[in-house]
Design a protein around this ligand. Structure first.
Ligand SMILES: [Zn+2]
Length: 92
């Protein structure tokens, strides 16, 4: 597993659907940009090389190749960092 896809196990009190006081291990994902930890619902998978857009038929093959890249072409970002990166890429 690379730094771009880091899972951290943290202890926590399991609140919903568990008996009182029951503790379980909660997985947290580290954002590759800000390094903060988030639950799985707080992170998104980002393409290091943007997949780009489909403006013509000629865009289809390179778009698909970038979209379905190898695992090392992906990173985990929190939703905020992913939104910022995506907006910066659109403004290029
Ligand atoms: Zn982040």
């Amino acid at each position: 597993m690379t730094d771009a896809c880091r899972v951290v196990e943290t202890g926590g009190v399991y609140q919903s659907g568990a008996k009182k006081g029951q503790v379980r291990t909660a997985k947290r994902w580290a954002c590759a940009h800000c390094d903060a930890l988030f639950a799985a619902t707080g992170v998104e998978v980002d393409h290091l090389v943007p997949a780009g857009s489909l403006r013509s038929d000629e865009d289809l093959v390179p778009f698909v190749n970038r979209l379905f890249c190898a695992k090392d072409g992906l990173q985990v970002l929190c939703k905020s960092c992913h939104k910022t990166k995506t907006q910066l890429e659109k403004n290029k």
